[in-house]
Design a binder for this molecule. Structure first.
Ligand code: GLY
Length: 350
């Protein structure tokens, strides 16, 4: 499979996607890193499966490795976790010529990436994403962040890794719910950029069939994402298309205090609902929302939710960071695979 490179001139980096890669991390790291110290940031769940193996492979390769294991879950991605990690790095006498590896899902990738972007004004890091969501989305493109009490991802930066290592085999240890969660973002790529990919996903009838094609699926998503990031690294234009379904999805997540739906589930509802609205307004091709509904059902994702108090959803949308001076940029589809940004306002959803 063709190796992907995110082409950002002097900040370019490869994305390597290969089954079994988790057993060869030492080989890939030794190709790009000639220093001594490696600090691995991970969480308890991922550590239980891969922590020791990766650490001992790197130690056998001659590296001095420290592993820091955090609690799993979004609470860990807090601004308050930062000093704990900076202190571990200081105790390890970590310098700017050493390397951080983030081994985990989106929480660890975003948090560890933010640490890398700020510690000593920036140190190199490598992403090893272990959830489907992180493999197809958050590990690529350099968005790193932590949460404040008043909201998610409120402190962050654009800071790219030196390398992204993706082993689809690690998805075998992911729960069905979180595999499905990632599939919502996979489906999103088909919706916004690639009709053929959308219908290919629709042709896969079982998880086994999906897993038989998982390298190809991840490769396609990372290819779409890297092209978008190359065109609009700082998220002022085309990159916003990646937010398809996210405005409403984020409002739904917030309404339920991030407890009822995973991110992917909320995005799934957002993708269906916005397509239904834009189809009713005559903006999207007829039948598009039915197509999206069918694929979401097929992958075990929700497509709608009964909300008692709609005004709370509208309030949250009006506070969305994409709503600037009452102009809300939403992502709409003309047809499957053909997306665009529409300037509207919160009334679009009412
Ligand atoms: N997850 C959307 C982006 O990276 O822009």
């Amino acid at each position: 499979m063709e190796e992907l490179v995110v082409d950002l001139k002097e900040r370019s980096y490869p994305i390597i996607i290969k089954k079994g890669l988790i057993d060869e991390i030492n080989l890939e790291i030794s190709k790009i890193y000639k220093g001594k110290k490696i600090f691995i940031l991970t969480d308890k769940n991922v550590d239980a499966h891969y922590g020791d193996k990766i650490k001992s492979n790197l130690v056998n390769e001659g590296y001095n490795v420290k592993l820091m294991v955090l609690e799993p879950g979004e609470e860990t991605k807090s601004f308050n976790t930062l000093p704990l990690i900076y202190n571990e790095l200081l105790d390890f006498k970590f310098t700017r010529s050493d390397l951080i590896i983030t081994l985990g899902g989106g929480v660890i990738g975003d948090l560890g990436g933010f640490v890398a972007s700020t510690f000593l004004r920036g140190v190199p890091f490598v992403q090893i994403p272990t959830s489907l969501l992180a493999q197809v989305d958050s590990s690529v493109g350099g968005k790193v962040a932590v949460d404040l009490e008043r909201g998610k991802n409120l402190v962050g930066s654009f800071y790219h890794p030196k390398l992204v290592l993706i082993d689809p085999n690690v998805l075998e240890t992911l729960s069905d719910r979180f595999f499905t969660d990632g599939m919502a973002e996979v489906i999103k790529y088909g919706c916004i950029k690639d009709k053929e990919f959308f219908y290919f996903l629709k042709s896969l009838k079982t998880k086994k069939e999906v897993m038989n094609n998982i390298e190809k699926i991840i490769h396609k998503c990372c290819f779409i994402k890297k092209c978008v990031v190359e065109n609009d690294e700082k998220d002022t234009g085309e990159r916003m298309l990646l937010n398809f379904g996210h405005t409403l999805g984020h409002a739904i997540e917030t309404y339920y205090n991030f407890k009822k739906f995973t991110h992917g589930e909320a995005v799934a509802i957002g993708m269906y609902e916005i397509s239904k609205i834009s189809e009713e307004k005559g903006i999207s091709e007829k039948g598009i929302s039915q197509d999206i509904k069918e694929i979401l059902i097929q992958y075990g994702l929700p497509y709608e939710v009964e909300i008692e108090d709609n005004s709370k959803i509208l309030d949250t949308i009006s506070l969305d960071k994409k709503n600037i001076d009452n102009v809300l940029k939403v992502v709409l589809l003309k047809r499957i695979g053909d997306s665009f940004l529409e300037k509207t306002d919160v009334k679009f959803f009412s």
